[in-house]
Design a protein around this ligand. Structure first.
Ligand SMILES: [Zn+2]
Length: 244
């Protein structure tokens, strides 16, 4: 390219996306003189879902700004908590994030998840159709124009992924109200009404309290592993919500 030269500085949180030589503060960049700043940022490897305020010489500009010679561009990380206007906050997770999906559901957060790989176009279309924030660690998927909203999941460890998503979007927590298997909502259940689906030992030992309105799976008190209780209490302590 033989266009204007700008300088560029990327927020520390976003440096994992850019080439190694761009991670240390301010670097020079030759642009083509016609591309928008949004395009320039994306071409550096930063998904636009992760770019927050863009500053030129200290002042905020739109992504459609075409950088000119000598401008100093700073790319901030997206603000936390991030507001997603236009629809109730709900998520769609890609095929690699099953554990995160189940943990979000455990906390009552609407988290659709496809356990089969339906492909990037279908996932993006689903995000658009149901207005779900697409969560993924796949930058290519997050670059798809048709997604309604998206967010990169920064860690590959489920407990860090959960803190990342809860801290970023601050969803309302309602533990034990959603089916961890299918994302359906739970309704109070009477033990006698569901006794047919319980094994005898279970029926004697536990009190049934809920049944999934979508898949009919039965939930009972006392059957939760200690680590699920811990996930719930840790999340509620740090991110709020009513503990059940
Ligand atoms: Zn269910």
């Amino acid at each position: 390219m033989n266009g204007p030269e700008i300088t560029l500085e990327v927020a520390p949180e976003l440096r994992l996306f850019v080439a190694h030589e761009r991670r240390a503060g301010r670097t020079a960049l030759i642009t083509d003189g016609v591309s928008t700043l949004g395009h320039v940022v994306e071409s550096l490897g930063i998904p636009l879902t992760e770019a927050g305020v863009l500053l030129v010489d200290g002042g905020p500009v739109d992504r459609s700004h075409v950088p000119g010679a000598g401008e100093h561009v700073r790319v901030r990380a997206v603000e936390r908590p991030q507001r997603v206007p236009g629809a109730p906050l709900r998520f769609l997770l890609d095929v690699h994030l099953g554990t995160l999906a189940r943990r979000l559901r455990l906390l009552g957060v609407d988290a659709a998840y496809e356990s089969e790989d339906i492909g990037d176009p279908a996932l993006a279309a689903l995000s658009a159709r149901e207005r779900r924030v697409l969560l993924s660690r796949d930058r290519g998927l997050l670059r798809r124009r048709e997604i309604w909203a998206g967010a990169y999941v920064y860690s590959d460890r489920p407990q860090d992924q959960l803190r990342d998503v809860l801290g970023r979007f601050a969803p309302a927590l309602a533990p034990w109200t959603r089916c961890t298997a299918c994302n359906g909502t739970l309704a109070a259940a009477d033990k006698d009404a569901v006794s047919g689906v319980l094994e005898h030992g279970t029926q004697q030992a536990y009190d049934v309290f809920a049944q999934c309105t979508a898949c009919a799976r039965v939930y009972w008190r006392g059957a939760h592993h200690g680590h699920l209780e811990t996930i719930v209490s840790d999340a509620v302590r740090e991110f709020g919500g009513a503990a059940a």
